[in-house]
Write a protein that binds this ligand. Structure first.
Ligand code: A2P
Length: 282
C-alpha cells in the first residue's frame, strides 16, 4: 500500500480503499460536513458511516459539497440493531441512502450480531437480516456486504449462505487484536476492518507505543494506523480536527520492523471500548 487510494480486494473482486475515514462520534451538522470535506480534500476516498451515528445527512452533505464524484468514493453504512430482520433492513437501507443522498452503497454491514444472551432465535434473526442484504446486493444496490462485531460463532450460519460476508468490522487496536476472530476471517476470505484503531484515542499516551513511534519520528496515531495495515487489517481512524485528519493520511512513508510489530502484537489489554458483542444491552 502506497497511498490512500490503494486497495484491498474483497472476495467478490470489488476493490476497497485501504484506509477509511471514521465518522462514529462525529457530531451531526457543520462539524460532520466539514470533517468529510476536509477528509476528501486530504485524499480519503473511503468513508465509513452508520445509521446509528445519527449524522448521515451531514455526511451526505459533505460528500455533495466536496466536488468529488460519488463513483470516486467508497461509502459504507450499517444497519442498526433496531432494524434487524428482512423487512426492516430493507427500509433501513432505503433511509440511509436517502439521508446520504446516494443511490447505491459500496458496502453495507450488519452493525452488531443478534446474540444468544438476548434472543432465543438469534441465529435466524441474523439470517433474515442477511437475506435482505443479499437481495440488495444481487440487485446491484450494494456492491459488497458484510458484518460488524461478529465473532466466529456468529459468522458460522452466514458462512453457509449463497453470498458469504466479505467484511467484518471489529474493534482492533494494540492490546485488543481479537486474534481468534481475525484468524477465522482470514481463513474464510473475510477482510477485517478496524474500528477505533487508536482505541478511541486511548492508545495515544501508551508508553510502549510512544517510545516506538518516536523511533520512526511518527505520532502514535500514525503508528497505530500503519500497524493495522501491516497486519492486513483496514484501519478506520476518526477525527474532526483538520491537522489530525491530514496527519492520519501520512502512513505510507515508513515501515514498522518485524521486531516492533512483534512487540505491539504482543501487548496486553491497555484500554478500549469494553463492548462485548454477546453482552451488549442495545
Ligand atoms: P478528534 O476527532 O477530536 O480529532 P478512534 O479512531 O480510535 O476512534 O480515535 C478517535 C479519537 O482519537 C478522537 O477523539 C480523535 O479526536 C482522536 N484522534 C484522531 N486522530 C488523532 C491524532 N492524529 N492525534 C491525536 N488524536 C487523534
Amino acid at each position: 500500500m502506497n497511498n490512500l487510494s490503494d486497495t484491498f480486494t474483497l472476495r467478490n473482486g470489488y476493490q476497497i480503499p485501504c484506509v477509511g475515514f471514521g465518522t462514529w462520534q462525529t457530531p451531526d451538522g457543520e462539524t460532520a460536513v466539514n470533517a468529510i470535506k476536509t477528509a476528501i480534500s486530504c485524499g480519503y476516498c473511503h468513508i465509513d458511516g452508520a445509521a446509528v451515528y445519527a449524522n448521515e445527512k451531514s455526511v451526505g452533505q459533505g460528500i455533495a459539497e466536496s466536488g468529488v464524484k460519488r463513483e470516486k468514493l467508497f461509502i459504507t453504512s450499517k444497519v442498526w440493531n433496531a432494524d434487524r430482520g428482512y423487512e426492516k433492513t430493507k427500509a433501513a437501507f432505503k433511509k440511509t441512502c436517502d439521508d446520504l443522498g446516494v443511490d447505491y452503497l459500496d458496502l453495507y454491514l450488519i452493525h452488531w450480531p443478534a446474540s444468544e444472551s438476548r434472543f432465543k432465535d438469534w441465529e435466524q434473526i441474523n439470517l433474515d437480516t442477511w437475506r435482505a442484504m443479499t437481495e440488495l446486493y444481487k440487485e446491484g444496490k450494494i456492491r459488497a456486504i458484510g458484518v460488524s462485531n461478529f465473532m466466529p460463532h456468529h459468522l458460522k450460519a452466514l458462512m453457509q449462505t449463497e453470498v458469504k460476508p466479505m467484511v467484518n468490522q471489529i474493534e482492533f487496536h494494540p492490546g485488543q487484536m481479537q486474534k481468534e476472530t481475525v484468524t477465522f476471517c482470514k481463513e474464510n476470505g473475510i477482510l477485517v476492518e478496524a474500528w477505533s484503531p487508536l482505541g478511541t484515542g486511548k492508545m495515544l499516551t501508551n508508553e510502549t507505543l510512544v517510545q516506538i513511534a518516536k523511533h520512526y519520528q511518527k505520532s502514535v496515531a500514525q503508528l497505530c494506523i500503519r500497524w493495522c495495515l501491516q497486519n492486513e487489517v483496514l484501519p478506520l481512524p476518526k477525527s474532526i480536527t483538520p491537522s489530525r485528519i491530514q496527519e492520519n493520511t501520512e502512513v505510507f512513508d515508513f515501515v514498522i520492523t518485524k521486531e516492533d510489530m512483534d512487540i505491539i502484537n504482543g501487548m496486553s489489554y491497555c484500554g478500549g471500548s469494553g463492548l462485548e458483542p454477546d453482552q451488549i444491552k442495545f
